[in-house]
Design a protein around this ligand. Structure first.
Ligand code: ARG
Length: 263
């Protein structure tokens, strides 16, 4: 069932291409995680989640997600920003559909990538963008470094994004959301071995798979109780049984983020 090598390295380059060597999803997921076409979940809007931002190229083609945490600061994944420059990216708010032209487009004046970042599977997968102009949207609050109890196993978390709705599938034109349970660190370690860096990552998903973030969702939010607690980072395939999604553990990076938000 799991033909791909464990912990396929993830890139910010997304969707569209893919194809090839498709590992097929389990044919009969459990009732608890029935696949609807994120993977699983339902459509939603940026009206419902106004702090969810599209990270796009200069032509406004979305390739990652981000979360507005102040009028001019957006939290995203470091791996989304590798190879990017302030002139190559835009942040688009208030645009539910990828093919929309509405909302607010902001240029980026600074890209801060966690200086310790090397690869998503080594952790440190966090970046903060400073916008040249303010976003007129409600911001999300984010966890503080002492909020570590939010990641208790079984806690319901919300994921959001425009990423592919199946492993090797296509992106969703409309923003999607789903809820997934936080997975115990010990269990995630069993899934991913040394690629799971407990201090820097938290896993979420059903053991039977079926609901997950996927390519193109990276950088977007994992919310717990409506508060930004994780950043979509990586996973083995998408929604595979036994391989939950891996998110940056934001409590670990909260102080670093705050330093950027206040800079
Ligand atoms: N790295 C992917 C991206 O760049 C996100 C992958 C999330 N994978 C998962 N199985 N949860 O969009």
């Amino acid at each position: 069932m799991f033909g791909l090598p464990r912990a396929k390295k993830t890139a910010a380059v997304v969707a569209a291409s893919a194809a090839a060597a498709a590992t097929v999803l389990l044919g009969a997921p459990s009732a608890a995680a029935a696949p609807q076409p994120i993977v699983g979940g339902t459509t939603t809007t940026t009206t419902a989640y106004p702090f969810v931002m599209q990270i796009t190229d200069a032509s406004q083609n979305q390739f990652c997600g981000g979360t507005l945490v102040s009028a001019t600061k957006v939290v995203t994944a470091a791996h989304c920003m590798v190879g990017e420059s302030t002139s190559s990216v835009r942040v688009v708010g208030g645009r539910t559909y990828l093919n929309g032209t509405n909302g607010t487009v902001a240029k980026v004046s600074k890209i801060w990538i966690n200086p310790d970042y090397t690869d998503a599977t080594n952790g440190d997968d966090v970046a903060v963008l400073t916008l040249s102009t303010s976003m007129p949207y409600t911001t999300a609050s984010y966890v503080s470094s002492s909020d570590t109890s939010v990641y208790a196993a079984g806690t319901t978390a919300r994921i959001l994004g425009w990423g592919t709705t199946a492993e090797n599938g296509s992106s969703s034109n409309q923003l999607r959301t789903a809820t997934v349970p936080i997975v115990a660190d010990s269990s995630c370690k069993t899934s991913y071995g040394s690629d799971f860096v407990q201090t820097d990552m938290v896993c979420a998903g059903y053991s039977s798979g079926g609901v997950d973030t996927c390519q193109g969702d990276s950088g977007g939010p994992l919310l717990i109780g409506g508060v930004l607690a994780g950043i979509t980072s990586w996973g083995e395939g998408c929604a595979e049984a036994g391989y939950p999604g891996v998110y940056s553990r934001l409590t670990t990076f909260s102080s670093l983020v705050t330093a950027q938000v206040n800079s």
